[in-house]
Design a protein around this ligand. Sequence first.
Ligand code: GLN
Length: 281
Amino acid sequence: MKLSTVKQSFLEALDSDYDGEEVLSFFYQLIEEFLGEQRFVLHLKPDFEIDDNEALKFEKALEDLKSHIPIQYILGYSEFMSLRFKVNSSVLIPRPETEDLICYLDSYLKKREVYRILDIGTGSGCIGISLKHKAPRAQVSLMDVSKEALKTAEENAKINDLEVELLQEDVLNITTLKNSYDLIVSNPPYIRNLEKEAMRPNVLNHEPHLALFVSNEDPLLFYRKIAMLAKDHLNLGGMLCFEINEAFGEETVALLDELEYKQIELINDRFGKNRIVSAIR
Ligand code: GLN
C-alpha cells in the first residue's frame, strides 16, 4: 500500500475531529514510530510503499484517534524536558505547563543544595525524574497511590538511567512520612468535577480520573493534606512547591499562609495562567 494513500485516509477520516495541522503532526509521529523513517519521507519518496503489517498499524492508530485516544498513548511515550517518558492510561500525559514547574525548580536547585526530594502523586514520574536529572546527587522519592502508575514511573526512571525510590501510599490516608525532605513537590488532582464539561474528550475519556479530579466542594483537599504533612517533614528552609488549578492561586497562597509558610510565591505558566505556588518552611 502507498503511504500517501494512508495519509489521505487520515486527513479525510479525522477531518471533523481535529484540525489538519494536528492530523499531519499525528501522522508524522506515527511514520517515525512505525516505519523508523523521517517524517518528511513522502517529500523525498512520494511513492513510498508500506507492507500489510505496517498498514494494519496505521489502521489501528486511525481507529484509536477517531475514538480520541491521545496520540501519546498510541505511541506509548511522551517527551518531557527533553526526556522520554513511557505513558499509558494509568498515568497523565505530561503537560507543557508542568515543564515550567521544572524550570522554576531548576533555578532553585542551582542556588541551594538539595539532598532529598519527594514527588507526591508522581504518575509517570515526570516531575521527580526530571528533577533527579537536573540534580543527580539528590535522593528522589516518588509517591503514588496507584500501583500501575508507580510501575510506569519505575520504568521511566530506568529508561532515563536514573535511580529513585518508589513509595506506594495514599497521601490522603497517611499521617507521617518516613523521612524529612528539602523539597516536596506535587501536581495533585485539581480539576473540579464541575469543570468536566469544558474538557476535551481525549482528556476526559482516556486519562485517569484518579489523577485529574477533585470534588467541587473541596478542591484544595490534596494541597491542605500535603502542606500539613510537609510542616512536619520539610527541613527548615526547605521548599514546598505545587502545580495548581489556575482558578485557585489566591486560595492556595492563603492556605499556605495560614499554615505559616514563608516566602510564598504564585507564578504564571507559559500561557500566562497562575500555575505554580511555592513556599518555604
Ligand atoms: N493540567 C492537567 C490538565 O489540564 C491536570 C493536572 C492535574 O489535575 N493535576 O488536564
